[in-house]
Structure formats: C-alpha cells, structure tokens
Design a protein around this ligand. Structure first.
Ligand code: HEC
Length: 188
C-alpha cells in the first residue's frame, strides 16, 4: 500500500513540477525527489507525547498518520526545524546561543513549519486539507519547542549529530546532495 502511494507521488510529482513553474506563489521546486532519503528518516518514527496537552496529543496522531502518506513520519519528527517568532529568537539568543550555531542541528526561523506544512499540502496527492493543516502546524511548533529547546536542547543536538553522522557514513551521495561538501558534525 505504502509502495503504491510512493509510486503515485513520484508519478504525479513529475507531472506537477512543470505546472509549478508558472505559479510564483509556490516554493521553488525542490532538488530532491520523494524517494530521496533524509537523515531525519533514520531516527524514531514516533515520540512520547504523554505529557502533552490533550489537543496536542490529538494533533500528534493526525500528524503521524497524514504526514506518512509519502515518507516516513520520522522525517518531520527528527527534523532540524524549529519555528520561533522574532521575539522568541531574541530571547533564545541570550539563553542558548548554541541553538543558532549549526542549521543542520537546529534550523530556527519564524514561520518555518507554517511554510513547510503548506509546501507539503501543495504536493499532489497530499491527504491534508484545511483545518487539519493548521492543527498539524500548531503541533509541530509546540513539539519542536518542547523537544529541541530549553532543557532538551543539548540532547536534541546530540541526536541530530548522530543522525547526520550515520547518514553521511551510509548515504554519502544523499548527504552531499542535501548538505554539500562540509563533513557531518562530529559525534560526541
Ligand atoms: C504528497 C506527499 C507528501 C506528504 C503528504 C508529505 N510530504 Fe513531506 N516531503 C515530501 C517530499 C516529496 C519531500 C522532499 C522534497 C521537498 O522538500 O519538497 C518532503 C520533505 C519533507 C521534509 C524535509 C524538508 C527538509 O528540507 O528538511 C519535512 C520536514 C517534511 N517533508 C514534513 C512533512 C510534514 C510535516 C507532512 C505533513 C504535514 C508531510 N511532510 C507530508 C512529500 C510529502
């Protein structure tokens, strides 16, 4: 079933890339295909949300199911993206300057999850519609703050370093395609 979904996405993706060119609202077409791997994909495909608020638990389940239509849900779960407003960034620059040192470990940007959920929703065959996209976006913003900043920030960076290291070692071409020639950050 999953293979069929992936095949369909690949076929539809090829047809759509031409159409996207005429639409200036859209993100530039990505250099990576749906079949390409990300270091994120090598990490766990679920997380413990037992301490999260009720709505977040519900949105997590939806994310887990809907964001797995084309790739593993490990891709968003282990993503370097952290959405912080400009004001939050000012605060975190003081409390944890290391958070901003390597974008491969923690990529901080205002509205980044908003942008990426929309990007995924614009892909052919995406099963996420309307309000579900908003709920998933809100979950990703909340969850990234919990798991990747504050008390968990150092452990998160360690986790990403491990994934990047493993990715560079086992999928060196895919690593270069995504991150260029710079070697993976050292594991500690
Ligand atoms: C219709 C197929 C499809 C669905 C559904 C989908 N994705 Fe993706 N996703 C892709 C493709 C193709 C790529 C690689 C190319 C790209 O980034 O556009 C990707 C890449 C990603 C990346 C890696 C981006 C990067 O550059 O690091 C993240 C994170 C991601 N998806 C999150 C999500 C989330 C969150 C959802 C659910 C809201 C989702 N995806 C649903 C097709 C999909």
């Amino acid at each position: 079933m999953k293979n069929i979904a992936i095949l369909l996405a690949v076929l539809l993706g090829t047809a759509a890339s031409g159409a996207e060119k005429g639409n200036k609202e859209k993100e530039p077409a990505s250099a990576t295909a749906v079949s390409d791997l990300y270091p994120n994909d090598l990490g766990p495909a679920e997380i413990d949300v037992s301490a999260y608020p009720k709505e977040m638990k519900q949105s997590y389940k939806m994310m887990l199911f809907k964001c797995a239509a084309c790739h593993t849900p490990a891709r968003p779960i282990n993503s370097q993206f952290i959405e912080l407003s400009e004001a939050e960034q000012v605060k975190f620059k003081k409390s944890d300057p290391d958070l901003f040192k390597d974008q491969r470990l923690a990529h901080i940007e205002d509205k980044i999850w908003n942008r990426y959920v929309k990007r995924m929703m614009s892909k052919p065959g995406c099963p996420i519609k309307g309000d579900d996209g908003k709920k998933i976006w809100e979950f990703l913003v909340y969850d990234s703050k919990v798991r990747k900043t504050g008390a968990n920030a150092a452990a998160w960076r360690k986790h990403r370093r491990k994934l990047l290291h493993e990715f560079a070692e086992n999928y060196s071409d895919a690593y270069k395609k995504l991150f260029g020639a710079a070697p993976a950050p050292k594991e500690d």
